[in-house]
Design a protein. Structure first.
Length: 321
């Protein structure tokens, strides 16, 4: 979660092993295409009618892609190897989680959604709602789910929530549960027979390590490894579903900001302004690279679910290809 650069340490780093994900992460077929490249991403009509599209968006708060490459993170590395790796840069000055997650979730820049700090004052979510609310508005029969260790995203805490009451299930585990509780809840939901069609899961401990020890620290790499193990649990919940072969899963991993080497964010340094998208699923060539914008995440998820982007939404992003 994002705070001012002077944010005090909140929690000790999480420890513990997690279940290893299956070697085939999503089991989806790939076709040619990189981010913003010429090859067109398949439309829903070109997919097998027998496969049900589902999407999981994983947010790793304060994570930097170059540090993922250095970390013991086999599940994230497997997602990268099997799909798209697309770094990006935050184009605005306030590298905080409030505007970061709002931009990622709504598909518009802060000039539209109105969030410029962690209080969420000035938000215009009624006009520019989160992506799961867009799913509900377009396809009410689809199931939506959001869980976050930073409670502002899914509960009325500190100016939240970002995700609206239209979302079928919103969970903010108690602070004592932190990322372990978030992961446990998400695994249970993703494993269920009636698993959500569109899910958002936010993990916070990488950001905590960045504040406590710095983005260049060994503790930061260890936090990435811990989050990777939790990502592995989510992937296992998906790949071991009895109906997995009949499902077309899009997995996206992203981050709201980076960190300085010494620790903290909120400024305009290149390290703080890092962001990225990892996309694994139909339409993303294994091992492909490209560039991404934060506003592209929401329209990519919507397109995968077969929801057409309405020009009247005035989104700033476009589906990644």
């Amino acid at each position: 979660m994002s705070h001012t650069p002077a944010r005090p340490t909140r929690r000790t780093l999480l420890t513990g092993a997690a279940a290893t994900a299956a070697a085939a992460v999503t089991g989806t077929a790939s076709v040619t295409g990189t981010a913003h490249a010429a090859a067109a991403r398949p439309t829903p009509a070109r997919r097998s009618a027998a496969r049900t599209p589902k999407a999981l968006l994983i947010g790793l708060d304060g994570c930097m892609l170059d540090r993922v490459a250095e970390a013991d993170a086999p599940h994230l590395h497997r997602l990268i190897a099997g799909g798209l790796r697309a770094p990006g840069t935050i184009p605005y000055a306030f590298t905080l989680s409030g505007p970061g997650w709002s931009t990622l979730a709504t598909g518009v820049w802060p000039t539209k959604h109105g969030v410029r700090d962690n209080t969420f004052r000035g938000q215009r979510f009624a006009t520019y709602p989160d992506v799961l609310t867009r799913v509900e508005q377009a396809r009410p029969a689809l199931r939506t789910y959001a869980v976050s260790s930073w409670p502002q995203l899914t509960s009325a805490t500190g100016g939240g929530p970002l995700f609206s009451p239209a979302v079928d299930v919103r969970v903010a585990p108690p602070g004592s549960a932190y990322d372990a509780g978030t992961t446990q809840d998400a695994v249970a939901r993703l494993s269920a027979t009636d698993a959500p069609d569109a899910s958002f899961v936010q993990l916070d401990n990488i950001d905590h390590a960045g504040h406590a020890s710095g983005g260049a620290s060994r503790a930061y790499l260890e936090a990435i490894a811990g989050a990777d193990a939790q990502v592995g649990q989510l992937l296992t919940a998906i790949t071991t579903r009895p109906t997995h072969a009949a499902e077309d899963w899009l997995i996206m991993v992203t981050a709201d900001h980076g960190h300085t080497d010494a620790g903290g964010h909120g400024g305009t340094s290149a390290r703080e302004k890092q962001t990225f998208v990892i996309a694994h699923g139909t339409g993303f060539t294994p091992g492909s690279t490209g560039t991404s914008r934060m506003v592209d995440v929401a329209p990519t998820l919507l397109t995968h679910l077969g929801i057409a982007i309405d020009p009247r939404w005035h989104l700033d992003g476009a589906p990644l290809r």
